[in-house]
Write a protein of this length. Sequence first.
Length: 278
Amino acid sequence: MQSKNKFFITIIFLLILIYGCKTTNSDTTDTGKKQNYSQAEYFNIAGNTAKEKKDGTRAIYYYTKAIETDTAYIEAYLNRGEMYYYVNEHEKALADFDKVIELNPKEDKAYYWKGLVYEYLKQYESSLVYLNKAIQLNDKNYKYYELRSLVYKQLREYDKAYNDVNIAIKLNQNNGILYSLRGLLNEYLNKYTKLLNRNIDYYQIKKLSSAWGIYHKKENYISFNSDLIEKDIECIEYVVLHELCHIFYMNHQKDFWALVEKYMPDYKVRRKNLKTFI
């Protein structure tokens, strides 16, 4: 209750600032434009505050107020579109990003967000069109390449996916270790899905407490332990093959290990080097 009160006090303070900035009716048109923009900016700030508190409904409300105050406020359209995406209002999100493109055809963020929406909707060809445009306008944002690599993977264009991962690593050295792991996973997944003639829908990298990898049969995806980056590449390769073999056998039965050994005769050595979990 106390945090909510603080939130509303903040909003009231902002509104006082907004309306305290109002001038008399004798203001010029130029002054009015500055005043309107100032109000829109304050509403946008209020929306950002609500977003940080994970209050999507209130954030959308304030972004909408910002847009009503200044119908050409690109940042508010981007922010509202982002929130619409997170609350699964995808058509409204796309409409906001389209408005941004109408206002500024060179706004790369709008194309990226459209690519993200279409990727979520599994419309990968459409996603690729907008991500290509985003990268054409701004080829320095690693997130664009990261997302496009996932789209390429879904389209089974693995070489292009791997290339985008490498570009993302170069552009974002701070997360180079994680991207290096992603690059290795992409390489080995590409190799063994072809050999096994089976594929997964996607994979994720996350902290796992009791496994190096988990194959989720119902959703057909794999979770890989982020701590794998500390292991030798031979161990990482083994975990990839191990989890892919679970597509055929969910349990560690004799046939499961026979399949692993068929494609990796030295798997026992690699498994021993992992020491724990599997």
